[in-house]
Ligand binder design. Sequence first.
Ligand code: PLP
Length: 405
Amino acid sequence: MNIPFSPPYIDQSVIDEVVSSLNSGWITTGPKVKSLEEEIASYTGVKSVLCVNSWTSGAIMILKWIGVKEGDEVIIPAYTYSATALAVLHCGANPIMVDVTENFNISIEAIKKAITSKTKAIIPVDIAGWPCVYNSIINLVKMPNILEKFIPESEIQSKLGRIIVISDSAHSFGATQKGKSAAAISDISIFSLHAVKNLTTAEGGAICINLPKSFDNNETYKFLRMMTLNGQTKDAFTKTKIGGWKYDIIMQGLKINLPDVCAAIGLAQIKQYPKLLLERERVFKRYSDLLSIYNWIQLPPQDNDLQKSSYHLYALRIKNIDEKQRDLIIDEITKVGIAVNVHFIPLPMLSLFKDLGYNIQNFPVAYDNYSREISLPIYPQLTNEQVDFIIAHVVKGYNTVIKNY
Ligand SMILES: Cc1ncc(COP(=O)(O)O)c(C=O)c1O
């Protein structure tokens, strides 16, 4: 049986929506992007949503918008995809990596210890689709002793008056906290709409703007929209209108807008997202039910009264094994045609970050999570029969490696 890791969900409605964009004569940013933004805002309950061409570009733009610059510090987990740190480096600032907890997400205690007078932002990451407890992080940045440390150095920073919380929600479209979208709790949340994500536009990102009352979220949206278009006062669609040829460039923007032809994929998917999420939940729960009988398995965080996952990854850990044994188990599973993965290689183990002086020994929980982790395939199209086949080979792989080691 050949089981891919994360194929995109492409049905006839997706194809029809893309063809409709192609037939419309308008393929770059226009009505389909607008509709997708409205659908995401309505699904998440977030005030304004701005689509861009990736999570990474969106994060760089948001950090630049709030005025993050050389010498500033941005707190991130050591256990994440490199883009979380790269966005900070692109602004010339220092990513301050902190350790995570056993549930994969950033440690709030570690955040507290890492905050200094140079801290401008915190980027928690909803690893595997498991939402961080954002209320606690927002409460933390509002604590009097933390507010005292904050030194605003831009107009936006002065207006906010505290460290901004930007959620890396690359994995967590559909995750909730007490029934509320996790994206409606932090100041800014950015979803990735990359091909392997729960909701995709092939490549893309969606910035959820959820700033406090001192900001007009709609005005912020308009400003940021301009920033995605080279700082140009009129987008290509507006320029087609009578007298629309005249424009100005009012800032040094980026060119990171999402094209309509890509938005069409996400638009068709979001219309059926509740059904797609239920299918992911079916796979997730089947894995958990069937794997829970093995005492050598550590299940990923399971839904509780507070948090509900988006079931983006099934991040299994195996107890009492080392990195080498994990790699051998992966080889056994891969041999029979099942594609698995590891999320993530902690950033301090990657060359760029090692060369910058980060050391994995300072992040013991991140290393422990990584060394025992195997991500199993999870997507709506995966059948129960395939899930059972995967589990049988996880068990077989474990038995083979552990007996022979
Ligand atoms: C946690 C995390 N953050 C950010 C990104 C970057 O997303 P994009 O590829 O849309 O830039 C990814 C992509 O896999 C991710 O896993």
